[in-house]
Design a protein. Structure first.
Length: 128
């Protein structure tokens, strides 16, 4: 009597991995638009608002649950900080949108003319 899986059937571990991948794919697909927009923003460069207490210099979070910013101009300083555009995010977006560019073969021209003569001459010098 043969033992083991039927030919063409998948191992339980393989099936489990495939189910996990599919579950992850579903979660990612739900948030795809937001993630793409975040990558585009990262590729372009980001700006964000920072609030700092004038007396202590500590950074304070002053954004309410509804996204409103509450400042106390007498005691706080608001600054906008920028983050440089991300070349890596841009490259990743382009590779996914337009396919990764084909690696170009590097042409190397090795000139060995006279190399063998130089090696032979060196050996003769050592042996004499």
């Amino acid at each position: 009597m043969p033992r083991g899986r039927k030919p063409g059937s998948k191992n339980l571990a393989t099936l489990s991995k495939e189910q996990g991948r599919e579950a992850l794919r579903q979660v990612v697909m739900k948030h795809m638009d937001d993630m793409v927009q975040a990558q585009v923003a990262n590729a372009k460069g980001l700006n964000f608002l920072v609030v700092r207490a004038k007396n202590s210099g500590k950074f304070i979070r002053r954004i309410t649950e509804d996204g409103e910013i509450k400042l106390d101009p007498e005691h706080e300083i608001a600054e906008i900080w920028g983050k440089d555009p991300s070349v890596q995010a841009f490259t990743d977006l382009m590779n996914r949108a337009l396919d990764k560019p084909k690696e170009q073969l590097l042409e190397v021209d090795v000139n060995v003319t006279g190399l063998y003569d130089r090696i032979r001459a060196a050996r003769e010098r050592v042996n004499s």
